[in-house]
Design a protein around this ligand. Structure first.
Ligand code: SAM
Length: 217
C-alpha cells in the first residue's frame, strides 16, 4: 500500500480514501483497515476523479481543509471521497438540480457534515450567491454547454490561482465529432477564457469518451 497525494492510498490499480465516517458505506464500496484507520475503495468506473488518478493525474490540489464548489454532485459518489480527503475542516458546496439525485444525496450528507447540498441549476449561479470564494470548482454535469457552465461559475466563485476540474463528456457535446476533436474544442474555450491547462487525461477504460481536465485560473 503506497500513499499518494498525502491522503490517498494506492495498491496496484486500487485506490482508497480514509473513511471520514467509519463503518458507513456510501455506494456499497469495500472497506479495509490499514494501520488502525479505515479506508474506502474508490471505484474508477463510478468516479471520473478516481479514473483520472489511475490514468496519471500528477497534480492533486484537493487537500485537508479545501473549500470546493461541486457542480453536478448527483448522489454524492465522488463527493463522498472528496469529503474524506478535505476532512472536517473543509467544505463542499454541492449543486444538483435533479430531485431524485438530491434525495439520495441527502442520505449521504446526514452523515457527512462537510457537504452542503444546494438544489439549484448550475447554469444560474445567481441562485446560490451565498457560496464563498472557493479553492476549486469541480464540474461533472454532462451537458452540451458544460465548459461554459464551468467558466461562468469559476468567474463568480473561484479564488485567483484556484483550480478547475472539468469532466468533458464528448457524447453530451457532439455525437458526430470525434471525442478527441471535442476535447480540443472545449480546451480551446478554457484557454480563451484565461485558464492554464495543467493536465488533460482520457478516462478509458474506466469511462468511455471522457476527458478529465485540470486547469488553473
Ligand atoms: C454524470 S452525473 C454526476 C456524477 C457525480 N459527479 C459523481 O461522480 O458522483 C451529472 C449530474 O449533473 C446533474 N446536472 C446536470 N445539469 C445540471 C445543472 N444545470 N445544474 C445542476 N445539476 C445538473 C445531473 O442531474 C446529474 O446528477
Amino acid at each position: 500500500m503506497k500513499k499518494i497525494f498525502d491522503t490517498i492510498l494506492r495498491k496496484g490499480n486500487n485506490i482508497y480514501t480514509q473513511n471520514l465516517t467509519p463503518h458507513i458505506r456510501v455506494y456499497g464500496e469495500k472497506l479495509i483497515d490499514v494501520h488502525g484507520f479505515q479506508y474506502r475503495k474508490w471505484d474508477p468506473t463510478r468516479s471520473k476523479l478516481a479514473a483520472a488518478i489511475l490514468n496519471g493525474l500528477k497534480i492533486f490540489p484537493i487537500k485537508s481543509g479545501s473549500v470546493i464548489l461541486y457542480l453536478g454532485i448527483s448522489a454524492g459518489t465522488t463527493a463522498s471521497h472528496v469529503s474524506d480527503i478535505i476532512g472536517k475542516s473543509g467544505l463542499i458546496y454541492g449543486i444538483e438540480f435533479a430531485e431524485r439525485m438530491m434525495r439520495e444525496l441527502i442520505k449521504v450528507v446526514k452523515e457527512r457534515k462537510n457537504i452542503m447540498p444546494i438544489m439549484a441549476d448550475a447554469r444560474k449561479p445567481e441562485e446560490y450567491p451565498y457560496v464563498e470564494q472557493v479553492d476549486l470548482v469541480y464540474v461533472d454535469v454532462s451537458q452540451p454547454d458544460e465548459t461554459e457552465i464551468a467558466i461562468r461559475n469559476c468567474k463568480e466563485f473561484l479564488k485567483p490561482g484556484g483550480y478547475l476540474m472539468l469532466a468533458i463528456k464528448s457524447q453530451s457535446i457532439d455525437v458526430v465529432k470525434s471525442p478527441k476533436d471535442v476535447y480540443k474544442q472545449e480546451i480551446k474555450k478554457l484557454k480563451k477564457a484565461g485558464f492554464k491547462i495543467e493536465s488533460e487525461i482520457e478516462l478509458s477504460p474506466y469511462q468511455k469518451d471522457h476527458c478529465f481536465v485540470l486547469a488553473k485560473m
